[in-house]
Unconditional design. Structure first.
Length: 302
């Protein structure tokens, strides 16, 4: 059942590394004249992230570096840690690299965590530098990624992320936006609210995220960006409508299929959406107890 959720979960995680407006701009210029870059060879073909679609976070004991190329191919690296060093990626590692073709009819990701062993998937990421003054991160990576759904493998070599700007705190919620939910009977209002649209086929995905400013606690929702008013089940198969709850760093709970997202209104021209949600959030590993999220409400611009 893990693979049914991995696409939606990785979209939520990678959101923090790539939450800027989807537009093409000139490269990041860091203080001192350094230029940011994020690139690799994927099956021998050059992949380069568009500057405005790349970024990084160091939050709640996690490093994330995410980028999308001009042809909508996404690479997202999530590492359990917050410092320099070499991180191993394999089937038993909590650190993971994912690769998705967002233009494909199958947007489910290839990851370093799928497959039976490291002949299927795995590799390493080395964080070579974290500049806490300029707030940039640099490193290298290489790996094999696998998608069990169709038994396909991709080879990623010569991976480099250089002087990628990172954030280590999230902005306060806009006064016009609202995201609140009752978690295990206790009301919670998100101090920080963010939204993002990720290109996908056949319909772009909208992510709505409520979190603490240090990123240590998170509730996230995924749905089609053009979703019409109505009530939708949080499904298992495609992750079309999904929820995630991260109560503390390292613990990820995912929406049960008995959950629902109700869209009250979605102004796709004015880009504002309102809705309700509720779902039981459970641990795929069965280690942590299921948590009930009820009376959820969001009213946000995107």
């Amino acid at each position: 059942m893990k693979l049914k959720y991995v696409g939606a979960l990785l979209m939520i995680i990678s959101f923090f590394g790539c939450s800027k407006e989807m537009s093409y701009e000139t490269p990041h210029q860091i203080g001192g004249g350094d230029t940011a870059s994020f690139k690799a060879m994927i099956n021998g073909v050059q992949w380069i992230a568009v500057d405005s679609l790349s970024g990084a976070t160091i939050l709640a004991g996690l490093i994330n570096v995410t980028g999308i190329s001009s042809d909508n191919k996404l690479v997202s690296i999530t590492l359990v840690g917050s410092g320099t060093g070499t991180y191993t990626l394999n089937q038993s590692s909590a650190s993971v690299l994912s690769y998705s073709d967002l233009n494909s009819s199958n947007t489910n990701p290839f990851t370093t965590s799928q497959g039976q062993d490291t002949s299927f998937a795995g590799g390493q990421v080395t964080v070579t530098a974290i500049n806490t003054t300029k707030k940039t991160i640099s490193g290298t990576f290489q790996c094999k990624v696998y998608r069990a759904q169709d038994s396909r493998q991709e080879i990623i070599t010569q991976g480099i992320f250089n002087n990628i700007p990172y954030t280590d705190t999230l902005p306060k919620a806009s006064q016009t936006d609202t995201f609140n939910v009752t978690i295990a009977g206790t009301p919670w209002v998100a101090p920080s609210i963010s939204t993002s649209i990720t290109p996908a086929s056949p319909v772009n995905k909208l992510q709505i995220i409520g979190t603490t400013q240090d990123g240590s606690k998170l509730v996230g929702l995924i749905m089609p960006s053009n979703v019409a008013p109505g009530t939708y089940s949080t499904d298992l198969q495609q992750g079309t409508y999904s929820g995630v709850y991260i109560p503390t760093p390292g613990v990820t709970l995912l929406s049960d299929p008995s959950g629902s997202i109700t869209i009250l209104s979605n102004d796709t021209t004015g880009r504002r959406i309102r809705g309700d949600f509720q779902f039981p959030a459970f641990d795929l590993q069965g280690v942590n107890p299921t948590v009930l999220l009820t009376q959820g409400f969001f009213s946000v611009s995107y």
